[in-house]
Each structure stands twice: as C-alpha cells, then as structure tokens.
Design a protein around this ligand. Structure first.
Ligand code: FAD
Length: 378
C-alpha cells in the first residue's frame, strides 16, 4: 500500500506561512492554514526583498507580478544624517542582476502579501482561527484547539505565527521578546505631497543614535515609504495599528538633513511599532511541530531580512518534506531546523549590530543564498 501523504497545518497566514504553504503545495502536500485575523488588511508599510528571497518567489511564479509592481533601485545609499555625505552606495539595478541573477526589489508590503495569498486557494486559509492549544497524540499527529471552539488534527503543525508565537510558547514556555528600547515610525504616502522635492530612491540616513530609511514602493515612484529606528525606551506596545505622533517624530529628527525633514513634514500620518528581538532559540522542533519565520528567528529590521529569511524557510521546509511519509516527519523537521538555524542565527546577530551597509562590505553571503540548491543538513 502506498503510504498516505502527510497533511500539514500552518498556523499564521503571514508572509512566512503563505510562502511555506505555496512551497508545500508545489510538491503535492495537503496544507491548511489557520489565521487568527478575520481578513487581510493592506498595512502602510514597505518591504525590501533581496536576491536570496527573490529566487524563492520567482520559483513560485511571481516573477511577472514582481517586475510589474515592485521598484528596482539603482543603488542602496547610506548618508550622514546632517551633512548628507554619501558613506556607502551598494550598486543594485543591472549590477545586482549581473552578480546574483535576480533583482533587488522594494515594494508595498501589502502587494507582497497579496501576491503570496493568491498563490494558494482561498479555501485552504481558515480565518478567525486563533490557536489556543496544541496536543501531541499517541499516533504522533497533533490536535489543535482554537479560541472559536473548533479543533482540527494534522500530521504536523508549522508555527508561522510571528514573534509572539503561541506555538513557540507551547514548545518553550512563556517568554516575552526583548524590547530593544527603540520604535519604528513608518508609513507609505503619495509623493505628490512632497511639493516638488525629489527624494532619494533608496537611502538610509545614519544619525548618532537613530536612523531613517526611505524608498519608493512601486516603479511609478508615486508612493514613498519611510521607516525609522528611534530611541523611546518608555514605549512598549507592539501593534501594527498604534498611531504615532507626528510632532514627536518631527522633533526627533529636527537636526537631520533638510531632505529628511521635508519627508517628515509632508507625511500625513504615521504608525509606530516597538522593535523587539529574541536570541536564537534552543530548538525549533518538538515531535511533529516546528517553527518558521519570526516565530523562531525574530530579528531587528536593520538588514531587511526578517521576511526574506521566512521565505527561505518555506523553500527549505518543502525540500526536507519532499517524499517523506508520516513516519518520517519528525526527522524531516529536524533536518529543516539543522539546515536553517546556522544561517538565521548569524543574520539575527548581524542585524542586531545595526551596521549593515553603513560602509562598504560583503553582502554576498546573504544575497547569494539559494534555498533551492543549498545542501540540506544530514
Ligand atoms: C519596522 C520593520 C520593518 C521591516 N522591514 C523588512 C524588510 O524590509 N524586509 C524583510 O524581509 N523583513 C522586514 N521586516 C521583518 C518582517 O516584517 C517579518 O520578519 C515578517 O513579517 C515575518 O513573517 P512571519 O510570517 O514569520 O510573521 P508575521 O508576519 O508576524 O505573521 C504571523 C501571522 O500569524 C498570525 N497569528 C499570530 N498568532 C496566531 C494564532 N495564535 N493563531 C493563528 N494565527 C496567528 C498573525 O495574525 C499573522 O498573520 C521588518 C519588520 C519591521 C518590524
């Protein structure tokens, strides 16, 4: 008798969970996604995607959509906060294509999320399903309990439920992520509000204890995104929807270059997000349950690699599970962890230092990674 293909449940329909679902379906695995939200909202944020994640997204069939909707900068610049002096300029555009074979994209986060959601049938995403409990069954399957009172069983569960992961908590106990003492103010707004000022296409302005990054999020250059890292040790609310105070934000950047101040003066509203992180976890796997994305390797956003590494996770997970029957699931999940953890731990630790690209240095170890061909751990 042919062994039954495993049925996999994914908790969380974020960028990591959706990518994992698309990668698993690509190899014929039956997947369900359980998401706590009742619907998806288009959040006002940009996202950078480097060649390491673009290789995964291209293999999933997103090349044409990315080329049509995302912005491809010629350079990624670093500038002194007050004089505007260029301290580094990483060549992108054609040179990133020549060097890495795929582009470097800047886009609206909502566009990326929608592209990924469209890769999977809508009926495999169960919204309004907030995970409340997990139970390992004697036959090694896993029973999930949701706050809406429903239960569901799966042969394996992937916790892609973000930095406050409930799945992580079941595995390793309750522990809040570490607040960095810094907040990100961020928003996307029409460039028409800039009153004729032409912003840098992709730039990070480095101040002594704070910075601001801004870039276009589409090829039309009609929307600009900015995100800051601003010291505010008293703030500790992590929410996509916390509104930021524009007066406070503008005051925090009052001694920055006039081009920065023009952006902050023009933006009509801003959201505020506490920046949190964790050290690498002791394990990502228990029985037939494993973690993915921010659930297991949350990081500061200073290398723009949190979502990118979550996307890599999905590709590696699918390679480890390819051809595996129910009895082989635990070993395959361990292999996934062993393949991924050295890389994500290194990126978490590098990102925490917040020196990435301030001055010229080697970015190839991050961008050259090809999740479809790197050797899997034994
Ligand atoms: C300011 C800032 C800027 C960033 N910029 C970049 C960038 O430019 N490039 C980049 O690659 N990364 C960036 N990141 C990082 C990136 O946002 C994250 O790494 C990425 O979103 C992680 O994806 P995820 O799917 O693991 O988690 P999430 O996006 O957090 O998704 C988790 C999902 O799980 C759901 N969920 C949570 N709990 C439950 C539950 N109990 N039951 C069911 N569902 C649940 C949530 O509703 C959500 O849909 C940035 C982060 C920040 C804070």
């Amino acid at each position: 008798m042919t062994p039954r293909r495993p049925h996999i449940a994914i908790i969380g329909a974020g960028i990591g969970g959706l990518t994992a679902a698309a990668c698993l379906r690509r190899i014929g695995i039956d997947v369900r996604i359980y998401e706590q939200a009742r619907g998806f909202t288009r959040l006002g944020a940009g996202i950078q995607q480097a060649p390491n994640s673009i290789r995964v997204l291209y293999a999933l069939g997103l090349k044409d959509k990315l080329l049509a909707r995302a912005f491809q900068p010629e350079t990624n610049d670093s500038r002194d906060y007050d004089t505007g002096k260029l301290t580094n300029s990483l060549s992108l555009g054609q040179s990133v294509l020549d060097r890495h074979g795929v582009p470097y994209f800047l886009m609206h986060r909502g566009d990326l999320h929608a592209m990924l959601a469209n890769l999977v049938p809508a009926d495999i995403i169960r919204q309004n399903h907030k995970l409340a409990g997990l139970e390992h069954r004697p036959d090694r399957s896993v029973r999930m309990t949701f706050t809406n009172g429903e239960t569901a069983d799966a042969d394996a569960v992937i916790g892609a439920d973000g930095v406050h992961s409930v799945v992580r908590e079941f595995m390793l106990g309750k522990e809040q992520p570490r607040f960095s003492g810094r907040v990100a103010y961020r928003t996307v707004f029409p460039t028409s509000l800039l009153g004729g000022m032409t912003p840098d296409p992709c730039v990070k302005w480095w101040g002594p204890d704070r910075h601001i990054v801004s870039y276009y999020v589409n090829p039309r250059r009609d929307e600009l995104y900015f995100v800051t890292s601003t010291p505010e040790p008293a703030f500790n609310v992590e929410s996509w929807s916390a509104k930021g105070d524009l007066v406070t934000l503008r005051a925090a950047y009052a001694d920055f270059h006039p081009r920065v101040r023009a952006i902050l003066t023009a933006c009509p509203e801003v959201h505020k997000w506490a920046l949190v992180e964790r050290d690498p976890l002791p394990t990502w796997v228990e029985g037939n349950v494993a973690l993915l994305g921010d659930a297991c390797h949350p990081m500061t956003p200073y290398m723009a690699q949190g979502a990118s590494t979550s996307i890599e996770d999905g590709a590696i997970l699918s390679r480890c599970l390819d051809g595996v029957d129910r009895d082989g699931l635990h070993d395959a999940l361990r292999r996934y962890e062993a393949t991924r953890k050295p890389r994500t731990s290194r990126i978490q630790q590098t990102s925490a230092r917040n020196t990435w690209l301030k001055e010229p240095h080697d970015a190839d170890w991050v961008y050259d990674y090809d999740a479809w061909s790197v050797p899997l751990a034994c």
